[in-house]
Design a protein around this ligand. Structure first.
Ligand SMILES: [Zn+2]
Length: 405
């Protein structure tokens, strides 16, 4: 595979029109050429040319319209839809103790999921890509799919990751810093492979399928072992110049504060992430080794002062940090997606009060805040959605190259 992946983010005018037409068809489910031209404010001839290329590449298909108005003149209108059978795409998320795999068709409909256990929570980049290969092979055989059906794979990894260049600056799951994953993917995986920060991909899943559907400006904050964020601005995922943006978990909330897993001090996640709560409630007893966040919450409910103080501080710190976000971005909606119940009503109230107290005062309501459990499949679904987008670009660019040849 000699594909220059970085070029996938920069399309020429003709390919970018083809991509916009494909995205329009995907969003509509089923749509006529006339309506595409209307929606994209484009000429019918341009849309028709783009559709010919997309049909030739097998990315879309024609179906007969069912609407009564379309048969008024005696012949049903020809509608277009994404060709779900064209390819399968794999989304993966690296969690602490497993790789979550989701296989979808080109429409985004789920074919199946698979969980591949990891023996260690941190490993070398090469070992991680080998684990991805194992997870892929096992998932395909579990669902009886041939490898040839897979057109692309996208991975969500925690940490500072540049999706355009497949370059990872740092991740809590990888032992080295500064790794270019592109050659490892080419050597060890059988299909084009893409990578992005995992919280970005949750934001993408929320934007396409969840609470962010139809919103232009919203934020998704993920809280699990660490704290992540995805930013959607003006309908697009914002990644930053080096792919290191949106690192909400490493926003400093205390000078010379608690040590973070990134190596610096005073980061938000050093007070709010699972590892911080477990560390700060440890008492040196053997039961510490098996303690969970639910145990801390139970202890606080039964009057344990240390557990209460750690949770109360985490709630207030998170509230201040969310107020900073609101002051910076003024979003329509913030979704707080957490891996498991970590705050009961008492702590959610402490967080909300701290958020309200620290947000700049204007005579307009605060952004809507939704706190919800992070369904584990959202991680892999977001990765799969990214995979679909990148494979679309890859196929359109290949088609464009064929046209020139
Ligand atoms: Zn940090």
């Amino acid at each position: 595979m000699n594909t220059d992946m970085t070029n996938l983010f920069h399309l020429d005018a003709r390919d970018s029109t083809r991509l916009r037409v494909l995205q329009c068809i995907r969003a509509a489910g089923e749509i006529s050429r006339t309506d595409i031209a209307r929606q994209l404010d484009s000429s019918p001839a341009t849309v028709t040319a783009a559709c010919v290329a997309l049909l030739d590449a097998g990315l879309i298909r024609e179906v007969r319209g069912l609407q009564s108005e379309s048969v008024q003149r005696g012949r049903p209108k020809v509608m277009l839809q994404v060709n779900g059978d064209a390819f399968a795409i794999v989304g993966m998320k690296v969690a602490r103790n497993a790789i979550l795999v989701m296989i979808v068709d080109f429409k985004g409909d789920e074919i199946g999921t698979f969980v591949s256990p990891l023996a260690a929570s941190r490993m070398s980049a090469r070992a991680l890509v080998r684990e991805m290969r194992r997870a892929l092979d096992d998932a395909l055989s579990a669902h009886g799919l041939p490898q040839s059906k897979i057109a692309g794979l996208a991975l969500g990894l925690p940490g500072f990751v540049n999706g355009e260049t497949s370059f990872m600056h740092w991740s809590s799951s990888v032992t080295e810093r500064n790794v270019n994953f592109a050659p490892l993917f080419q050597e060890l995986l059988p299909c084009p492979t893409f990578i992005d920060n995992d919280a970005n991909l949750v934001a993408k899943a929320e934007h396409l399928f969840g609470a962010g559907r139809g919103l232009r400006n919203f934020l998704v904050v993920t809280i699990e072992h660490g704290v992540g964020m995805g930013i959607v601005l003006d309908g697009e995922l914002y990644r930053g110049e080096r792919g290191c943006g949106a690192e909400f978990g490493h926003m400093k909330v205390q000078f010379d504060g608690a040590v973070c897993q990134c190596g610096q001090r005073g980061c938000l996640e050093a007070y709010v992430g699972d590892y911080a709560l477990l560390r700060d409630t440890s008492t040196g007893r053997s039961s510490d080794a098996t303690k969970t966040i639910a145990d801390i919450l139970d202890a606080a409910r039964s009057g344990d002062t240390l557990a209460h103080e750690v949770l109360d501080r985490a709630s207030r710190v998170l509230g201040v940090a969310l107020a900073n976000l609101t002051n910076l971005f003024d979003p329509e909606h913030i979704v707080i997606a957490r891996s498991r119940p970590r705050f009961d009503a008492r702590y959610t109230d402490a967080m909300t009060a701290s958020l309200a107290r620290n947000t700049v005062q204007v005579d307009a309501p605060l952004p809507k805040i939704t706190v919800r459990n992070l369904d584990q499949t959202m991680w892999a679904l977001g990765a799969a959605a990214h995979g679909i987008e990148m494979v679309s670009v890859l196929k359109i660019r290949k088609r464009g190259a064929d046209d020139v040849a």
